[in-house]
Design a protein. Sequence first.
Length: 167
Amino acid sequence: MTSQVSETQHINQIDLRNAFGKFATGVNVVTSTDTDGSLVGMTANSFSSVSMDPPLLLWCPGNSLPSLPAFERAGHFTINVLDATQHDLAKQFARPSEDKFAGVSYRAGIFGAPVLEGALATFECRVHAMHLAGDHHIMIGEVFAFTTAETAQPLIFHGGQFSSLAS
């Protein structure tokens, strides 16, 4: 089914979300430390490389995200690309919780943001720029350190469900 909208019509947000869901994405947990040292983290699928020189990437937190002010104040963040076996971790960081890091293995990265153990790849960034874009922010980070796992499959999000390349 295709849908077209004239300039005077409004787009149905549920239908648009479902259409966006047709695009398979990787799943990430973005982490940081607030200025008081408290840890923040959230599950995100809005992540993309931007530039190789300088090394830049972006992610897009929602304006209503309770931890957005902490991410803005911190000035740094880590993108943790999840392995196919880490869907429970994705769910843990997607839900509101007093301590999203309960039971999570991590180490402090170069800027203090948590780097999750077992991630397929990690990118430790300093905030390069932030832009308001509709109901989200575009947070661009300059990569200062990264790691990759040798053998792993990515966790995929498609059609509102977690999946993997194997499935």
